[in-house]
Each structure stands twice: as structure tokens, then as C-alpha cells.
Ligand binder design. Structure first.
Ligand SMILES: O=C(O)CCC(=O)C(=O)O
Ligand SMILES: [Fe+2]
Length: 247
């Protein structure tokens, strides 16, 4: 990631926010489904629109095709150990569809509001699973994940869809989640957290002086009988198709 950041020219600017995703979703974001895109923290800029700190401390996340396009991330993401985890979960033809390196930068790391991953990664029937690796210790202080026990059995609440004109929007308003039901998923660097697609999770702002790097990859079933929804935001360019693990 250090090497990717060193090569990145911060003049190609896109701010990532989960608060008003619909307005901030632009072509750069949509293109990142088949590319390695860089998204800034909302609080990275001063009033003049200049970065307050070096680019390395200003990026919110990098995504969403690291697992295919970057040789280092590709090797890790498609390792026999990862394949073994997916097999053990019952996936017949696991297809990794997106990957993200999230920085949760010191002092300015933005919150990720409560959501279900299947809202963004939809198949029929539902099959999304998230693999989330703590690359640094994650605690309440530096913005660890919070999850809600049992909620994955309560169904998918809404979808984030792309219309034919390329406009993306939610089909329903957000659920008023009971914030007292969330539990912190504090963990040490190296921990793998598996996120059921209908689990609800969030992470708070990081106002601490310590970063909280993580890598996550989302996988769906691609064996016959499961279909990728054509109105998902992420669609691959035909010259760069998705590639299953095997099968
Ligand atoms: O790392 C975070 O703060 C959120 C990540 C997330 O929502 C995911 O990987 O599905
Ligand atoms: Fe998520």
C-alpha cells in the first residue's frame, strides 16, 4: 500500500463518505469497481481545498479491485488459506467482487454508518460474505467495527441500486437501528472477522492519534443458481471480468 500511495497523484480527488453516498457517488467511484481508486477523508482538506496533511495521512480508503489488479493483494486475497475459509463456509464457486484498504486515519478517520453489506453486494439468492482483516490493532479508541448479534436473521433492509442512466440511489430509507444493540469487535492486528452479508455493522470516527488500517474483501457465490444483480453499483468492464477462485 505504501508503494501504491507513493505513485498516487492526489490531484485526482474523490472524497469518500457513507453519510451522503448518493450525492458523492461519481464516475470515479463507479469506475473503481474495475480499478484501484483512491478516496479522501472528508476532513482531509482545509477551507481552501488544500490537504492539511501528507497524502499518506489523508486517504480514507483504496478500492475496489485490489484483489485482482495489484499482484501483492491478489496473491494474499486468493491464497489457499482464504480459499479454505470460503470452502468451509460452503461456497462452491466463490467470486471475490470487491476489496478495500481502509485507513481510519489518526484524528480524521471518518465513520462508516451502520449498514448491511448485501445492500451494496446483491445476488439472488443472497450470498455476500465480507472478510475483514485487522492490519493494526482495532479498539474502541481508534474506530473498531461494531456488530449487532443475530440481526443477520432479520433479512435485508434495503438496496443500493444503479439505474440505467448510471444514477445510484437507495430504494428505501435507512433503518433506525437501536445503537444500544451494537457490540464492539475489538481485535488484534492479524485477526480475520467474517461478516455475514445481512449482518449490520458500523465503525465510529477515529479521533485518536493512532490509525486503524484494515483490508476487506467481499465474496459472493457464482455457481449456477446464484445470479449477480444487474443493478448492483459494481459492474465489471467486459475487458476486465470478475474471476472466481476456482471451479
Ligand atoms: O472497516 C470499516 O470501518 C468498515 C468496513 C466495512 O464495512 C466492510 O468491510 O464491510
Ligand atoms: Fe460493511
Amino acid at each position: 500500500m505504501d508503494a501504491l500511495l507513493a505513485d498516487f497523484d492526489p490531484r485526482t480527488i474523490s472524497i469518500f463518505t457513507t453519510k451522503n453516498q448518493v450525492e458523492k457517488t461519481d464516475n470515479y467511484f463507479l469506475r473503481s469497481a474495475s480499478d484501484i481508486g483512491f478516496f479522501f477523508e472528508e476532513k482531509a482538506f482545509d477551507e481552501q481545498g488544500q490537504l492539511r496533511q501528507p497524502k499518506e495521512l489523508s486517504i480514507n480508503k483504496v478500492g475496489h479491485a485490489l484483489h485482482d489488479l495489484d499482484p501483492v493483494f491478489r496473491q494474499f486475497s486468493r491464497s489457499p488459506a482464504v480459499e479454505g475459509v470460503l470452502r468451509s463456509l460452503g461456497y462452491k464457486r466463490p467470486l471475490p467482487v470487491q476489496s478495500m484498504y481502509i485507513f481510519k486515519q489518526p484524528s480524521i478517520g471518518g465513520e462508516v454508518v451502520p449498514h448491511q453489506d448485501s445492500t451494496f453486494i446483491h445476488t439472488t439468492p443472497l450470498s455476500c460474505v465480507g472478510l475483514w482483516w485487522a492490519l493494526e490493532d482495532a479498539s474502541r479508541d481508534n474506530g473498531c467495527l461494531w456488530g449487532m448479534k443475530g440481526v443477520h436473521k432479520e433479512g435485508l433492509k434495503r438496496r443500493f441500486k444503479k439505474a440505467e442512466d448510471g444514477f445510484v440511489s437507495y430504494d428505501l430509507p435507512d433503518t433506525a437501528w437501536d445503537m444500544t444493540r451494537f457490540e464492539p469487535l475489538e481485535c488484534e492486528a492479524g485477526t480475520l472477522v467474517l461478516l455475514h452479508g445481512e449482518n449490520v455493522h458500523y465503525s465510529a470516527e477515529n479521533t485518536s492519534p493512532v490509525s486503524r488500517h484494515s483490508y476487506s474483501m467481499h465474496v459472493v457465490e457464482s455457481a449456477p443458481g446464484t445470479t449477480w444483480s444487474p443493478d448492483n453499483w459494481a459492474q465489471r468492464a467486459p475487458e476486465n471480468p470478475w474471476q472466481p477462485f476456482y471451479g
